[in-house]
Ligand binder design. Structure first.
Ligand code: ZN
Length: 320
């Protein structure tokens, strides 16, 4: 945090969020390799045959349906050929056409469900291939660790959509700490929360608390509170905890849920954050703030009693 000058300015590519995690996965039509990186060129065989897994599943589903229609056509033809009279032949022909027609309508109606089933089947049949593909992607990303940190981070961020473990999260956090972070960057926080106390994550949270407060939500507050003693022992730990308490002041729900944290660091909050907290407590006097309201009033009396911003806004708060 104190070494912002040693950080690299970067322009990170925007990150496309998908509804389902698997949507980022692609499969090679040629060698059946899976990857989460790359647009069309297969990292395994080098051929431009990558397609999204959903597209492959749709192809598989349609292929199975066409086979069923083909079987129906064959049965129809055989029954016509085996007919002994012209009437029988005509009846078999009509029955076959009706059967194929009904089959076609049914298939059209169940196409979406069949595609999902085909996707499920595709994943089950290729579990090992999917795993190998992601490991291959991870190695390719780490190859850039020393030479192109930005590319390495962008690759890990994509892989992180499917591969959820603390090792990949800590790698991403370490890279993020090498960058000069800005408000306009497409950053994320909750997917990067790790299970244990991790100083690099705490530092990242501290920076976000200053530049992108809206990313700090319940799970992050809970993480910070769980490791508060460890964070206190960390370099600039108190500043980070104060910045996080300042982020909680953003919403009444956070102040109420983490009132202990806010109370412990309220004294050092910047004036604008404290003013917001003060107004919130004033505005909802019947809310159960615990010992927070006492502490806020104490700080107000000690530091801001004669501050015109507080007088003006405080009075307005009373009249609303
Ligand atoms: Zn391939």
């Amino acid at each position: 945090m104190n070494n912002r000058n040693s950080k690299t300015p970067v322009f990170l590519k925007s990150y496309d969020k998908t509804k389902y995690r698997y949507e980022k996965l692609k499969v090679c039509k040629k060698c059946n390799a899976f990857t989460i990186l790359g647009d069309t060129t297969c990292p395994n065989c080098g051929k431009p045959h990558l397609i999204p897994v959903e597209e492959q599943a749709e192809r598989n589903a349609k292929h199975a349906m066409h086979t069923t229609v083909l079987i129906a056509v064959c049965i129809g033809l055989i029954s016509i050929l085996l007919s002994s009279t012209l009437l029988q032949m005509v009846l078999c022909g009509i029955a076959s056409i009706v059967l194929i027609g009904v089959l076609w309508i049914v298939q059209r109606n169940v196409l979406d469900a069949e595609c999902l089933r085909a996707l499920d089947k595709l994943f089950h049949a290729n579990e090992k291939n999917v795993q190998d593909g992601i490991i291959h992607d991870y190695k390719a990303a780490i190859d850039n660790w020393d030479t192109d940190k930005q590319r390495c981070y962008e690759m890990l961020r994509e892989i992180g959509t499917l591969l959820h473990n603390d090792m990949i999260r800590i790698r991403q956090l370490t890279l993020l700490q090498a960058f000069l972070l800005r408000k306009d960057m497409d950053l994320e926080l909750e997917p990067l929360l790790v299970r244990k106390y991790e100083p690099v994550l705490v530092e990242y949270i501290g920076e976000l608390a200053k530049i992108k407060r809206d990313l700090i939500k319940d799970r992050t507050f809970q993480y910070i509170m769980a490791y508060e003693p460890e964070i206190m022992g960390q370099e600039q730990g108190r500043d980070i905890l104060t910045a996080v308490a300042g982020a909680a002041v953003r919403m009444k729900h956070y102040v109420r849920s983490y009132s202990g944290l806010v109370r412990r660091y309220a004294y050092n909050l910047p004036k604008d954050r404290f003013l917001r907290l003060y107004q919130m407590i004033e505005q909802y006097p019947n809310e159960d703030w615990g010992r927070l309201s006492e502490e806020v009033m104490r700080i107000y009396t000690e530091k801001y009693q004669w501050d015109p911003d507080f007088q003006q806004k405080g009075q307005r708060g009373h009249t609303i």
